[in-house]
Ligand binder design. Sequence first.
Ligand code: PLP
Length: 459
Amino acid sequence: MFVSTRLPPSRLFAYCQRSLFTMAGAQSQLKPVNGQDRSNLIPFSSRLKEGRALIQDVWSIFAAVNLPADCINLGQGYMNFAPPKWVTDSAEEALKTVAPNHYSHPRGRIRLREALKAHYGPQLNRDLDVESEILVTSGANEGQYSVFTAFLEQGDEVIMFEPFFDQYLPSVTFNSGKPVYVPLHPPADSIKKPTSDDWTINIDELRRAVTPRTKMIIVNTPHNPVGKVFTKAELVAIAEIAEEFNLLVMSDEVYDCLTFDGKEHFRIATLPGMWDRTVTVGSAGKSFAATGWRVGWLIGPKSIIQPTLAATTRIVFCTNSPLQEATAAGLEQADKHQFFETQRAEYLERRSILCEAFDKLGLKYTLPEGSYFVLLDVSKIEIPDEYTFPETVSGRGRDFRVAWWMAYEIGVSSIPVSEFYCDEHAHIGEAYARFAFCKDNDTLRKAAERLLGLAKYLK
Ligand SMILES: Cc1ncc(COP(=O)(O)O)c(C=O)c1O
């Protein structure tokens, strides 16, 4: 299904309704019965019209299946290496034991909640209550969705810094919320070697974005896709606004164990008064190289966790049990294995393999101080005029075309960054492609070598 997002919403809805039906393999039902067209009998919910829920998203356009077989995938942010063996051993152990093969408490398995308490308590300076202040969810994503379900009324506004992790948008709109965007300003042109710290917020813009309908601010640090690690001063300024306007803060910290160059990850929940209005979000997928396990967690005051528990209980009832046990083992034994320190050093090496290639090419990129993404400025890459693109790509921004061309002609895939912007501001993202370096060194070296082939195509 190739759909341009630039179709007017009414046509897009009709198109997608048809296409989804066809995609679902329902062709046999498409035959007219007694002359009646049965291809579209049951209209689906109009909430799917919002939040780009129906358009083909960037992940499926740039999915491996649409790219050449030997293309190196630096697009999607999942690892091509396994979780540590001592963690997968614990998963196997859990599968051999009866209880973890069955339902868990919707709050999460007590062993994991205890492990989260031991890990996060000292960092949050709190003696966390495992019964009311910690909630295990099916990935960070479902946890965030459940917070929206629990707290948003029709038309409530949710402020997010742009570019934003793309799932926020449909998760907010499915729950009747309205996304409001505040820019992270890209580095000034004059900065020759920008870091993620050069992406800045303007606190007056944040203040101006607040209206009587604002309910929540999402802060994502370390940030996907920029890699920005918000400074304490920035978080203090955001906290002051949250306090002044009585806002809930969703602090998405899924990359909290991945900061580099001495950059300190600061938790907004530790600022004076902020515990009471902040929910901190974490993910086993990012922490233990296990994105398919779908284990995440929320930490916050009872006033936020209890309503969210009610939501998550209805949405998934509970999170898969054996992998909660394995995640608990991961947290329990991380210090013994010096796991987070080693992992950080490994990611640092991965980052430098990729960035060295961009340095050799003389291409500008944002050196990330956190997370595992590098934003490459693609505006100097010239793609041949006569190159033909599928409709999915040609209807989108220049970054989609550059990323597609790079995947086919250079052999390395990336993700176009305009996807992380609302339609109105997509042009800002068009200057960038996001490369994920959560891949093993050999893969990154091979990718780096291929990327040098860009030299012939630079303006
Ligand atoms: C910023 C951010 N938040 C949340 C998530 C979702 O995490 P999970 O896989 O645990 O649902 C991701 C995954 O890419 C992310 O980048």
